[in-house]
Ligand binder design. Sequence first.
Ligand SMILES: [Mn+2]
Length: 521
Amino acid sequence: MSLKLKDLTKYKDVVIQCHDNPDADAIASAYALQWYFKQQGTDATIVYGGLNPISKCNLVLLTRYIGIQAKHIKKRFRRPELLVTVDCQYGERNVMHLNADHVAVIDHHQIRRDQILPELSEVRSNYGSCSTVLYELLKAEGYDINVNPENKASREPTTLATALYYGLSTDTDGFSTINHPSDKDLRDYANYSELDFNLLRNSNISEEELEIAADALKSTYYGNGSNYAIIGAKPCDPNLLGLIADMLLEVNNLKTCFVYCIFEDYVKFSVRSCVKEVRANELADYISSGLGGGGGHIVKAGGKLDRELLEEAGVSYTKKGVHNLIIKRFDDYFSNTKIIYAGDYKEDTSKMQLYRKIDTPVGYVLSTQIAKEGERLQVRTLEGDVDVTASEDTYILFGVEGEPYPVARKKFEKSYTLSKKRYTYPGKARPSILNYSNSKILDVVKKIRMCIASGGQTIYAKKLDERVKIFPKWDQNHYYLGVPGDYLAVRSDDPYDLYIIAGRIFPQTYEEVTNTADKAE
Ligand SMILES: [Mn+2]
């Protein structure tokens, strides 16, 4: 199943449908699609169902800004030749049923197990917004969202770019929970109007919502010696959760906070952290593990707990049941994690097994081949984000699954030999290396060359049975996370050089040293 926008142009009677009670992402996506049809000479109608017409202040403002008439339908609607659902899937509970000769779907949500999608479907479940999907579908047809077709020479921000940028922003808690490179591309590429965007963004909450926030702040729960705080708010817009969390985190001594609200089928939450020992995205993932999902950025993240999964896990879906579960997970998180600051810490290797590295072909690139000397890069390794400065001294390696990790020149020259063989990048998605100077994910794959991780080097390693965070010697601000099943490794020639090797990678790259003579080296 896939879809190109040009597949849709043969239909002339087109209706675009948002999910019931549409949000900014749905409206922006509908607008972008309508915009495309207009370029093809087709006037498409935008509709949505749900109990009430759009009333949220920012959405009213958005529809006025982009100048669309989105029709609120209560019961029935004529049968169009083509119906396209955006930011939702045909047949879903929150999508009013409409009949049509042909149906297409453009969305970014998960596909339910029992969902049957029409042939014309483009669902990119890992994207942060449907606006991003539209941005890419338009790009594939040769449309640049920054170019106004009526005035191609103009450098002025376009309404289309501003709308899509705003759609992405609202679906990702103000860009803070962005993960996917395509979302980052839209964020960085859109030539949006700052003025209009700021107006939209600052029309975000109503007086009632301010009240919800005030009530929520009054019921703050402090845990673990006031290290963290949890708030359960009344059902509200997820953006409001982020706002409450931002304010809460400002409290003196408070390092980490969690704000949630309970809906009928799921719990939505926002996480914040301002200390290096807790990455908000990792905490979000921990809290929601097995119960939903979470992710985002180091300082801001968010996620969801599913009612079904909570109930399967024996949690009663009540205010108290949910609240207690969250407190328990928080307490587990803080008590079950060992933190190691490499450099200060010497691991006792006497009880660890000695391993030897196998000759393994891997990829490498010198950091100054992908960025200017002195620029800061964020390398997303399997065990966490690590910051490095581009210099002749820093290489970036790409492991057996294409996972990037930085290494110092000295270590590179000692442990790797260059290879003339052609390198094929083994990863499924491109490696994530962010250049802070322009917030762009670098396109590095073509620049990667092959080298051989020379075997022979020995490490002590042990399989972890607890969670461990290691601040490595070369980056004291970001930790590597090891979970049970991963390996804690110590270089045999430097007991202060500790790191984590993912459990999946370890057997492919290391072999046990059984010869006791070797062990005595
Ligand atoms: Mn959306």
